[in-house]
Design a protein around this ligand. Structure first.
Ligand SMILES: Cc1cc2nc3c(=O)[nH]c(=O)nc-3n(C[C@H](O)[C@H](O)[C@H](O)COP(=O)(O)OP(=O)(O)OC[C@H]3O[C@@H](n4cnc5c(N)ncnc54)[C@H](O)[C@@H]3O)c2cc1C
Ligand code: SF4
Length: 338
């Protein structure tokens, strides 16, 4: 039994104060990831700071036409919000492709950004893991690495980031707003999650004692040509082996703007500016899509059990780009369960 203190934050400033006073404290929002990590003894916080009642549950249109999403908005509320369903359907479908209805009701937007990898060895404290214990080694390198990454890996860690929502946020160029002891700052989604390098224990660029307060979406929403295509072992309630978010602007069959983000294959939502540039100005057909997919995968590397992901990612990108070009989004498990 590991005992810990529990306290409730009165406001954002109080949450930061409490966190700064206790280095081993953790914020808890929906608890759907953190409580599991505590049960497996991957996390052993001396204090839980409950932020779930802070007033960060609103979704507001901004004067410049974008959307501000409070960090405590539950994933379900976000996916079904009229502004999101109508204006950012890519985000809605990505969220609904994740977890289960019950989990999405509990899970918060901020917690989803900060959920940790699903690498099997990260959760098994009997095995070496550099992310859990820096310098210990990486059991996945020579172990069962079927779900691990093929892009952005290092000799220290080959884990993937598991979120679906974050892949859509990356494609939509979202910004993460945070507050800490030094004040407020905004972090572009592309810079929020980190590659492992030789510090795999740090998943994100969130500073010590900083709290995520808002996620901002720009006005650009790609309502017509978008797709979130998630390939997984079961049709629901499973993490992505490969996921692809696509947002295109097409005029007269020619691609004018392209966003392509991948999940399930890298330690962070994966975007490749060169591949996106290769789509722009080209006709929206499979030859163009295949070239872009090859660019994304030029440095892909498998580790044995996950070699299949390279070809799977190529085929998934081509299919997702094709679906988006045709205006036939997939992965919309949009049937509300009463
Ligand atoms: C069985 C199962 C299946 C799942 N399937 C999927 C899936 O297919 N796709 C998918 O994307 N996700 C999936 N999830 C993950 C789920 O989406 C996340 O667990 C959830 O989004 C985390 O949100 P939370 O509010 O519960 O976070 P918590 O568990 O409360 O916190 C997670 C982490 O975030 C930190 N944190 C929380 N809020 C803030 C904040 N505002 N500022 C700073 N730090 C914060 C906490 O300190 C903690 O470290 C699954 C989870 C489970 C248990
Ligand atoms: S891949 Fe990363 S998370 Fe998995 S065992 Fe290796 S170091 Fe740990």
């Amino acid at each position: 039994m590991n005992s810990f203190q529990y306290s409730r934050a009165q406001d954002v400033a109080d949450a930061i104060r409490q966190s700064a006073a206790d280095r081993s404290a953790r914020f808890i929002a929906g608890g759907t990831n953190l409580v599991d990590l505590m049960k497996y003894e991957v996390e052993r916080p001396a204090r839980l700071i409950d932020i779930s009642r802070l007033p960060l549950r609103t979704i507001k249109k901004t004067p410049d036409g974008g959307l501000h999403i409070g960090a405590l908005v539950p994933n379900s509320d976000l996916a079904w919000h009229p502004q999101v369903k109508e204006r950012y359907p890519l985000l809605s479908s990505a969220i609904l492709a994740g977890a289960s209805t019950q989990l999405r009701n509990m899970a918060s937007t901020g917690g989803n950004l900060l959920q940790r990898t699903r690498c099997l060895y990260f959760y098994d404290v009997a095995t070496p893991c550099n992310k859990r214990k820096p310098g210990a080694g990486c059991a996945a390198l020579g172990g069962i690495n079927r779900i691990n990454a093929i892009l952005g890996t290092s000799d220290a860690c080959i884990a993937t980031h598991p979120s679906d929502m974050c892949v859509a946020l990356a494609a939509l160029d979202a910004t993460v707003h945070v507050v800490g002891p030094e004040g407020e700052r905004a972090i572009a989604m592309a810079d929020f999650h980190r590659l492992p390098g030789d510090t795999p224990e740090r998943d994100t660029n969130l500073g010590a004692n900083e709290i995520v307060t808002t996620i901002a979406l720009p006005e650009r929403s790609f309502r017509t040509h978008h797709t979130y295509l998630k390939i997984r072992d079961r049709l629901s309630y499973a993490f992505a082996l490969v996921a692809v978010a696509v947002a295109l602007e097409i005029e007269g069959g020619i691609i004018r703007e392209a966003r392509l983000a991948l999940g399930g294959v890298a330690p962070k939502p994966w975007r490749d500016p060169e591949a996106e540039a290769a789509l722009v100005g080209q006709s929206a057909d499979r030859t163009t899509f295949a070239k872009a997919a090859d660019i994304v995968l030029r440095d892909a590397r498998g580790f044995g059990h996950n070699d299949f992901k390279i070809d799977l990612a190529r085929r998934t990108m081509i299919r997702a780009l094709d679906q988006a070009a045709q205006g036939t989004p997939q992965s919309q498990s949009d049937k509300r369960i009463a």
